[in-house]
Write a protein of this length. Structure first.
Length: 353
């Protein structure tokens, strides 16, 4: 029975990944380590409470004592590091938190796993692997043409993406220096159930439902490549099982959309299916974000060819599935809007209400 240590497993992608594993495999054990900051929510995994092969531990990846206890008491086979501060706006406001979690926390995880997995110099217990979950934002910004490949130089433009790039370099250095077993995955923008409503898609859905104005940065023509979260989870699963050690794998959805085009898509669906008073008049253009990258687009050829991965969901299907999930789970949405987030929301969007 393989044991996974999933860090940040109460967050959006981490919780979807744990659910994917528990739904797919019966002969595994999962330890979910999460600090439960504002974006972590155990309600995301409430359906798995009581599962004998699933355990939650509240804690920080910077806590060396706790990590040592976890490794001492469990035969950890895979570390899957989702734990991260991930919101660009927050990183601009307070970069230090992003360095503490995304850089120092990753280093602490690496050091602990190396300590327990190493048999001798450059030799590790067979089958162990450390998976660093990263982002296409570490590559910087694209013009109207071209794609990010695994060979694209790192060129981060925000404190968030800089912290993730730094963590990636640390992970890669452990492979190059110590032959430590790692893979790095870099994904495009995820969407789907359980995403915290500071992110674009759930924010737009929430604002539409509440009949409140929708803030759009700049001219709204920034382009993102969208990936349904379940497809991301299936890709990470393949990398864990079959990824060549030391390699980076880009995971993209072949779904480039402008921000304004995406917002109009959501408004159009809600207008037709929910309330005709939900319309484009809710859109308000606001001052552009500092260091706002113009375009992201991933070339996933490597993972498609080497690991035979393909996304299951077309965007037209995935976005409707996502909107419907938020409509059906309004109680979940209200429950996670804690006091900290409400203050943040009011500060950034309150004037638009």
């Amino acid at each position: 029975m393989k044991t996974y240590l999933v860090t940040g497993g109460a967050g959006f992608i981490g919780s979807n990944f744990i659910a994917f594993l528990l739904d797919t495999y019966k002969d595994i054990k999962i330890i979910n380590l999460d600090k439960l900051t504002y974006a972590g929510n155990l309600e995301n995994l409430i359906n798995y409470d009581g599962f004998e092969n699933y355990k939650f531990i509240k804690g920080d990846i910077n806590d060396s004592v706790l990590l040592n206890e976890i490794f001492e008491n469990n035969e950890i086979d895979y570390v899957v590091n989702f734990a991260a501060e991930s919101h660009v706006d927050r990183s601009i406001e307070n970069p230090s938190i992003f360095v503490e979690t995304n850089v120092l926390g990753t280093l602490n995880l690496l050091n602990t796993a190396k300590k327990f997995w190493q048999k001798a110099e450059d030799i590790y217990i067979e089958g162990k692997k450390f998976i660093q979950i990263s982002t296409d934002e570490v590559y910087g910004s694209l013009s109207n043409e071209g794609y990010f490949t695994e060979e694209t130089p790192l060129d981060p433009h925000s404190p968030y993406s800089a912290s993730k790039a730094s963590a990636d370099l640390l992970v890669q250095s452990f492979f190059d220096t110590y032959k430590f077993p790692v893979n790095i995955t870099r994904c495009s923008n995820n969407y789907g159930p359980f995403q915290f409503p500071e992110k674009l898609i759930p924010l737009v859905i929430h604002q539409c439902i509440e009949k409140k104005q929708i803030p759009i940065y700049g001219d709204g023509l920034n382009v993102r490549d969208w990936l349904f979260v379940e497809d991301h989870c299936s890709a990470v699963d393949l990398v864990i099982k079959n990824g060549q050690l030391g390699e980076v794998y880009n995971i993209g959805g072949h779904n480039e959309k402008t921000n304004i085009g995406l917002v109009n898509k959501i408004i159009g669906y809600l207008n037709e299916e929910v309330d005709e008073n939900i319309n484009k008049e809710l859109i308000t253009f606001v001052k552009d974000r500092k260091g706002h990258d113009r375009r992201y687009a991933i070339d996933p050829t490597k993972i498609e060819k080497e690991l035979q991965w393909k996304p299951k969901y077309h965007f037209e299907t995935g976005i409707i599935k996502t909107i419907d999930w938020y409509l059906d789970n309004s109680e979940w949405l209200n429950n996670i809007l804690d006091d900290e987030y409400k203050k943040y929301y009011q500060k950034n969007y309150g004037k638009l209400n």
